[in-house]
Structure formats: C-alpha cells, structure tokens
Design a protein around this ligand. Sequence first.
Ligand SMILES: *Cc1c(COP(=O)(O)O)cnc(C)c1O
Length: 457
Amino acid sequence: MLKSEFWGDETEAVNLALDWAIAHTVSGSDPKTSFKSSEELKKEVGVSITSDGLGAKEAMRLYSEVLNPATRSADDPMALAFIPGAPTRAAVAFDAVVSAANVHGGMWEMGAGAVFAENQVLGWIKSLLGWTEEAGGTFVSGGTLGNLSALSAAKHTIKEKWRQMGRFQNGRPITGYKLACASTAHSSVRTIATVLDVDIVTIPVDAGGHLTGEMLEKALVENPTIFAVVATSGTTNTGIVDDIDSIVTVAHKYDIWVHIDGAYGGAALAAPSVRHFFKGIEKADSFIVDPHKWLFAPYDCCAVLYRDQKHAIHTFSQHAEYLDAFGNEEVNPSDLAIHLSRRTRGLPLWYSLAIHGTKKYEQAIEKSIENSRKCAEYIRKSSHLELLLDPELSVVVFARKGWTPEQYDEWSNKLAKAGELLCLPSKLNGRTILRLAFINPHTDVDKVIHILETTMK
Ligand SMILES: *Cc1c(COP(=O)(O)O)cnc(C)c1O
C-alpha cells in the first residue's frame, strides 16, 4: 500500500507522520507554545506548496519545528482560558483510527457500524436528558454548527406549525421571524441569526445572570414572531445555567422552540452535584454539547440532539437520484444536521467512554466542579481578590482589587509565556476581570491557588 505506481514510495511520509502522532498522543501538547503573526510565519516557513513538492522530511520538519510550536496548547492542565480541552489519551489515539478507517459517516448505508457506535454515545446523552426513543441526533464539527442545525430545524418546524395552526400576522403569512436569547448567549447565536436572516431579541437576565421564563414571557408578548429561545446551560464567560424549567414552561405556552446550548456545560448533566440546575431540560426541543470541551474528546466534536428527531429529518433530508437508491429504514446522520459527507467524529468519545465507563466520566466532571469550588473559596477568603459570582458549574470569575486592564494583561502574558498558567482577562458588565475554566481533571487546583497567592499580591 505504501508504494504505489502513482504516488511512489510514501513509507517515509507515513512513518514520520505516525511517529509524531504517537509521540504527541503520549505527551500531549507543550504549554509553552504560543501563536505568531502571519508575517513572522511567512519568514520562517517560506513557500511550502511547490510544483515539485518538498518531500516528507522537509514537510514534517516544517510542521513539527515551526508550525505546531506556533499554536497554543488547549489541553495542558494549566490552560484555563477560553473553554479548554482535556481529551483522554485513548480518545486522541482513536482519532487516528477514525482517519485510518476513513468511513463515510453521512449515510447508514456507508457507515452502519461506526454510526451505530456513535448512536450509543448519543443514547447515553439522551438518557441524561431524560429523552425517549423519538429523540435522535448526530455529531457535527462544533457548537456553532450544532446551534445552527438546531435553530434551522426550529425555524422550519415552527413555521410549519404556525401555518397549520392558521397563525397569521395582520391576516398575512408571518414574516420577520425573531430569535430570543440573553445577552450572555454565545457569540455564535448572533452569527446564526445573521445566517438564518432573523432578528435577535435580547432578553435581560436576573441579578445572578440567568435568563428566566418571566423575562421571556415579557419578550414574547411584545414580539409575537419569536420562533425560538436559546437558553444556555453553562454560559461561556461565567458558567451560569439559565432557568431552563421556567423557560420551557413559558415557551411551550406560546408554541415556540427551546434550544439548550450546552456546548461547554452540557457535560455537567452527568454530574449529580449540579444536576438540579438542569431541571426542565427533559422538555426542551433541542440540545448541544461539545465533547471537545468537557467530555474529554479531541477537536472537533459537537453532539446535536433533538427531542423529536423527525423535525430534524423534515428539515435536513437531502434527496438526489444517487442518494435515494439505497432505501433502507435507518436514519442517516445526514438527515439530522447541515452536512452530508462526514467523518465519524463521535467515535473517539465512544472509544474512551466504552473503555472507562460512564461512572468515570461523572467523576472526572465532578473533579473540575470541586476544583472550581475550592478555587472560589480561596478567592472569597483572600484579601487581594474579589469573587464576582458563586460558580454554578466550573468557571470562576474574579477580579484583583485595584488593578487596571494593563496590569491584568501584563500578569496574564507573563504566566502564559512561561507556560505556568493560561488565564486571560475577560469582561463582566463592562469591567475587566479574570476567569478560570476548570475542565481538566489533571488540573492541580492547589498549584493554581499558589500562583494567585504569590503573583497577584
Ligand atoms: C464554545 C461554545 C460554543 C461554540 O462552540 P464551537 O465548538 O467553538 O463552535 C457555543 N456555545 C457555547 C455556550 C460555547 O461555550
């Protein structure tokens, strides 16, 4: 296989790539790596796409010595900025298997066995949601695509439903669909509104940062063309879970769709100590969670699920002469989101979950919640720091009393460059703050506390 008449001998290319992959599967990424400007990279890389090719040695050298070091580690235990990742080594290794198997995961016909395994993972998530047989879903590249798929299904479904109900606006078909969410909703929701050509209605949150049914109802009375509401179960900036129960009750009274964006925090459905925050989720219409965030899978992976998958099938099924020839009874992953050809990207999670079991996953998620509580407790008691919110899941937001934005930047850059801690400034109600997102069970919280104690006083 490695020597072909056409491509020649690829043995060296394959060995160099796999050796690197094996070494990094074992070691994880280097916390000292950091990004560079395209100008800097242009100088170091030069031209890599040439008419005759560089050959394996030079191409791999460029990657391992120049390109990869100019990236930021997302899975180091001390990377606590953005929402980091913390894939198990088993999941990382299995991603190489997914590539090697090269299964077309869009259609059951092509990917049956692989899709079956992905569906068992989705079955676990369904059971955490309290959803039944009618539910279904698939894996897409990320939360942005997951949210887009769910909200596309929402718009299509509600439009049909209102039409059947004979719901009109001033005697004419409804136009000007609107999407409701809190200001704390993820930035992707605004982009999706642009793509779907709908207006956003921003709903104020309560003092604790939650979107509630009460505030939603006010918006619904004022805006009769709202077709869906996005509630976030674990906001990216502060880890707050919206009041799902009251939101679902109000939304369904007005015949609109409830989408739960759990890209980061949805994983905490598996954590008994915080499960109460998700009350009412069994009645929501769609849900996403990113396994590449808090479910210990590598990039890129988002599970999008629908409480009744037929709404998604009605929205996304693609028909073409060459696709319809198969005619089996199974649901195709391509019927459940905006994609056709797809990598079976749910499999790294399947492998790791099958190996370790769901109890281990519960414990890993609880570990980060415990870490965030311990860190918050330290901050609450310290004299130089101010805890800004009680963490609900695993994001801790705090301020250093008296610091200017420049002081935050300087502190943060210094620790990032040294590879000691990745903690970047953010904003809360216009104020510069710091946030720590705990999702890695290997994070040593005492080490984090020690850094806050010794470098911020
Ligand atoms: C990360 C995140 C997203 C976007 O997910 P991607 O995988 O980065 O596209 C959406 N919503 C929330 C709440 C997130 O934390």
